[in-house]
Structures are given as structure tokens and as C-alpha cells.
Design a protein around this ligand. Structure first.
Ligand code: CA2
Length: 158
């Protein structure tokens, strides 16, 4: 395991608009607030975070591949790619790092096309519908998995 433990935080397409548009769905906090929250949460456990947001699938995939070298796990909100992207799923599966999937909104109560996730079964931690605070829980739960406190199974969505 890299020392200190480093996490990759990935935010997918359009999440750069956090806090700017649709506050009724996604809240008022910005992407910078999310990145700071994850950084502070990880730091409480002595871990570091590298953050990336991109609107381009290939950029996200390159960042995930690079994480294989020096990260112990990935916290990801794939945005709309959650529901469409086999290649993002393959990248996450290919690097074989533990993954925490986060969604700010409760996708299960939104449009039917948001109910399916290509990422779900390659992630060991799932946090859905807890707002931006869900990133902090995902970070803690992922660090628990990395540190061997849990295998994450009890957090899996059936
Ligand atoms: O709830 C989530 O976190 C989502 O991953 C957000 C995605 C959506 O496609 C997923 O179904 C659920 C959308 C990200 C776009 O974020 C925006 C933020 C502010 C304003 C507009 C879009």
C-alpha cells in the first residue's frame, strides 16, 4: 500500500456546475467545497487526496489508470456516466482498486434512466442521496475497507 495512503477523488461530467445550477437537486456547495471536504475527511485518517473533475470520459479513464501506480482507492461520482459508461466501469474494474460510488441525489427516486448504474457492482462502498456530505461518509467507509476494518459487503446495494 502507498505510504501515506492516497485516494483519487473523481467527479464526472457537469459536476463543475455544483453550487451554480440546480441547487434544489444538488445543493449550494461547489466542487471546490466537495474537494475540500474529502481532503479534510481523509486527512483526519492521515490520508491524502488527488482530485480530478472532467467533462471528458477519456481524461477520467487516464486518471483512473494512473491511480493504479500511487493510490489505494478511488472515490467517484461518475455523474451521468454512471448510467451509460461501460468503458468507465472497465477502467475501474481494470485497476482493481477499492471504489466508493457516491451520488449526491437519490437516484433511485428520480427518472427511471438513473436507476441503473454500470459502476455499482465494481464498487465496494455506495452512498446515495446524502447530499455533498455523502462524500465524507464514502471517504471514511472506503478508508475502513483499505485499512481492513470491513470488506464493504454490508454497504453493498443489492
Ligand atoms: O446525484 C448525483 O450525484 C448524480 O451522479 C449527478 C449527475 C446525474 O446525472 C446522476 O444521475 C446523479 C449529474 C451531475 C451534474 O451535476 C450538476 C450539478 C449542478 C448543476 C447541474 C448539474
Amino acid at each position: 500500500m502507498p505510504s501515506p495512503v492516497r485516494l483519487l477523488l473523481v467527479n464526472g461530467p457537469n459536476l463543475n456546475l455544483l453550487g451554480i445550477r440546480e441547487p434544489d437537486i444538488y445543493g449550494r456547495e461547489s466542487l471546490a467545497d466537495v474537494e475540500e471536504l474529502v481532503r479534510e475527511t481523509a486527512l483526519e485518517r492521515g490520508a491524502e487526496v488527488r482530485s480530478i473533475q472532467s467533462n471528458h470520459e477519456g481524461v477520467l479513464i487516464d486518471a483512473i489508470h494512473a491511480a493504479r501506480i500511487d493510490c489505494a482507492g478511488i472515490v467517484i461520482n461518475p455523474g451521468g456516466l454512471t448510467h451509460t459508461s461501460v468503458v468507465l466501469r472497465d477502467a475501474l474494474s481494470g485497476v482493481a482498486l477499492p471504489v466508493a460510488e457516491v451520488h449526491i441525489s437519490d437516484v433511485s427516486t428520480r427518472e427511471p434512466f438513473r436507476h441503473h448504474s454500470f459502476i455499482r457492482d465494481v464498487a465496494v462502498v455506495h452512498v446515495v442521496g446524502e447530499g455533498v456530505a455523502g462524500y465524507a461518509r464514502a471517504t471514511r467507509d472506503l478508508l475502513d475497507v483499505i485499512e481492513g476494518r470491513t470488506d464493504g459487503a454490508e454497504r453493498a446495494i443489492p
